[in-house]
Design a protein around this ligand. Sequence first.
Ligand code: AK6
Length: 274
Amino acid sequence: PGGVEKLAWQLSDFDIGKPLGKGKFGNVYLAREKKSQFIVALKVLFKAQLQQSNVEHQLRREVEIQAHLRHPNILRLYGYFYDKEKIYLILEYAAKGELYRELQKNGKFSEKQTANYMVQLARALSYCHAKHVIHRDIKPENLLIGLSGELKIADFGWSVHAPNSRRRTLCGTLDYLPPEMVEGKEHDSAVDNWSLGVLAYEFMVGGPPFEAPGHQDTYRRIVRVDLKFPEELCLSDGAQDFIRQLLVKDPQGRLPLSKVEEHPWILKNADEVV
Ligand SMILES: COc1ccc(C(=O)Nc2ccccc2)cc1NC(=O)CCSCc1cnc2[nH]ccc2c1
């Protein structure tokens, strides 16, 4: 009967389409829920692999966190179901795909495009911080683009409740991590403010600010906040000031997310506040 909350989803409720991506724990497929014809992304995770990597608790926490997040710039997790060997995540489908492909294709974004993305990210992160969720992994690979070109923070493999000092296994790139995290210190939501600055730099310059040949070199550049703007790029003073206000060693000294939309460079370059 209509209106009765669906008890549990199952695979036969969906038509499976093309693969959207291959992840560490499983693959993602375009899918359509048969009754409603609603398009989703179905992420298939293998229980065995999750157990081997001992990340079931992380997935459980993430599903718990995601269930309460509803924001236009945060990719939705609509639900999940499982069978004997797999867990299926029913995710929002971002029709315009992965942001880093855009970045690779164009090399870099304009100051206007970047300012608009900064506003959207600041709103999504403010929303998360209000719910005491810090993302800690804001990088181009974790950003998707929705049908109307809006940004969606898409991967919550590392979101935790703030404050947190759990040492993050530095397997991924250090490029987006703030000094306090690379130094393994206690960190709070200000880590996301730092990442916003790294992203703004990467969007307008085409590569992350502290890129270096090796881990150690990147580490040193981050803890020294060794920030340089390529002369030939003629990045506007406003853009440089915006980035400098976020890439501050002292977490408390970083531009608060609530002040991002008031920054002169944002006011000048972002489209009217919707
Ligand atoms: C809210 O989102 C997520 C929530 C949880 C997880 C996850 O896997 N958690 C996990 C897994 C194992 C251990 C611990 C935690 C992943 C995502 N998000 C994505 O994976 C984004 C790309 S898949 C979707 C999607 C959409 N729209 C697209 N358009 C083009 C490609 C594409 C791809």
